[in-house]
Structure formats: C-alpha cells, structure tokens
Design a protein around this ligand. Structure first.
Ligand code: 13P
Length: 264
C-alpha cells in the first residue's frame, strides 16, 4: 500500500491537508506534444517550493513519455481509468499493476464522462477502487449530480448514493490513500461554476458522508472540486483541498498559475 506524504504540520500541531492539483488531459495530445508540455511544465515549476502535490493524468499512450520527463521531479503521474481485473483475457483493459509498472501513483475512477458515455456504474467504480488500492494506486473517485438532478433537488441524494455504493466494504488505513472529487456534471466543460459557498456546502456534505463510512480519519481525507476550473474560479473557495482540472490544464502556463495560486 502506498503511504501518503500528504500532510504537513502547521502551527500548533494542527495537521493540515496538503493541496492537490490534478490535470486531467482527457483524450488530448500526441506523444510529442505531451513531451513538450511536460518539459515546459517542469521548467516552470522547477524554481517553486512545491507546497502542493501536482499530478498529471494523460491518456494511456502518453504515460511513459510523461513519466520519462517527471520521474526525478515532485510531479506525479496518474491514469484516467483502470480495470478491476489484475490480468487475463480482458481485451482493451489496463490493470492497476500495469499502471504502477509505468510509473502511475494515482487513478481517476468513475469520471462522469465514463459513467454517462460508457455506462460505468457505482458497482464498477467500487471494484476499481478496491483493485487500485490493492495495487498501491491512490483512487481519485469522482462524484457529482447532473443538471436535471440538481434542478429536481436531488443532488445530495445522488452524491450520497454514489459515495456509499462505491465505497462499500472499502478499507482505508491511511486517509491520504483515497481522494474524492466533487465534479457537478453540469459544470464540466461548460464554463459554468457553482457559487463558492455552494462548493463549500457540498464539501461539508461529502465530508459528513465519508465520515459515516470511514469514521475519524475521514476528516483528514481530501476533497477536490472539478468542473470548469480556471485560475479565477479556483482561488475563490479557500477551504477546498484542491482541483481536478480539465480544459485549463492543457495549457502549461495556465496550469502553472493554478499550481502557484494553490500555494506552489
Ligand atoms: P473541465 O475543467 O474542462 O470543465 O473538466 C473538468 C473535468 O472533467 C476534470 O476531470
């Protein structure tokens, strides 16, 4: 099991969660672009005292080229999906051990694009979380409501169901080893954002739900926000543990600014 380095002691022995900024590149970039981007990001972040954790999450075909550039830096690597199977006759699937083999430490699981477009269910998400933890990957579990669910006042119910089903029977000894990303579906790729106080409200709701599952350690688990994150939006909700960034992460300059704003 990977043990996290995600806490730093601040002031009067208060443990504070370290901010986490994750770049989800989705299905973008070819190898040469990925290499150029990563080299330029490493140069930009090189002289910063990195007080935040930074994770790049490229498509599978780019993992090795990105890892080649970041392997001696503080920047970490993640995958956008993972199989719940370990090995065998599962054409087109990639196992968590294949991901750790290529340098990954993280895996995004249950992204709404996979749920909506590819029919991924909470039960599949649960199996993927389990297999990832077994292999030493840190799952970033995505939850969030659609516009329709939001308008019907069902957001909390949906998020509760997603979290409770996908984390059922999941054991966690280190709170750094699992991250929840609140990504309202209606905010993804639309330029729409919830109000900062809404993000904080959902943050508290999610913290309560994970508290009923994991008990005391839940207060030390990180909860990210994702959905049309820009540097302007990101800085407004100060208590959020970080961001899962899509479109704006494809530009090394704007991604660097977000890392800096988060305390880089
Ligand atoms: P955008 O930042 O492009 O809205 O994407 C968010 C997202 O889906 C990150 O996983």
């Amino acid at each position: 099991m990977v043990t996290g380095c995600s806490y730093e002691v601040i002031g009067d022995d208060n443990r504070m969660r370290k901010k986490l900024i994750v770049a989800n590149w989705k299905m973008n970039m070819l190898r040469s672009e990925a290499k150029d981007y990563t080299i330029s990001l490493v140069e930009r972040l090189e002289n910063l005292p990195l007080k935040v954790e930074v994770v790049l999450v490229p498509a599978y075909t780019l993992l090795d080229v990105v890892y080649g550039v970041i392997k001696d830096t503080n920047i970490q690597l993640g995958a956008q999906n993972v199989s719940w199977q370990v090995s065998g006759a599962f054409t087109g699937e990639i196992s968590p051990y294949m991901l750790t083999d290529v340098g990954c430490r993280w895996a995004i699981i249950g992204h709404s694009e996979r749920r909506r477009i590819l029919g991924e269910t909470d039960d599949m998400v649960r199996k993927k979380i389990k297999s990832s933890l077994d292999a030493g990957l840190i799952p970033i579990v995505c939850v969030g409501e659609t516009l329709e669910e939001r308008e019907k006042g069902k957001a909390i119910e949906i998020i509760r169901e997603q979290i409770e089903t996908s984390l059922r029977d999941i054991k966690l000894d280190d709170p750094a080893n699992l991250v929840i990303a609140y990504e309202p579906v209606w905010a993804i790729g639309t330029g729409e954002n919830p109000k900062p106080n809404e993000v904080e409200y959902f943050y508290e709701v999610i913290q309560k739900i994970i508290g009923t599952i994991f008990g005391e350690i839940a207060s030390q688990m990180r909860i990210l926000y994702g959905g049309s994150v820009t540097k302007e939006f990101y800085i407004t909700p100060p208590d959020i543990d970080g961001a899962l960034v899509g479109g704006a992460s494809l530009d090394a300059d704007s991604f660097t600014k977000m890392v800096q704003l988060a305390g880089g």
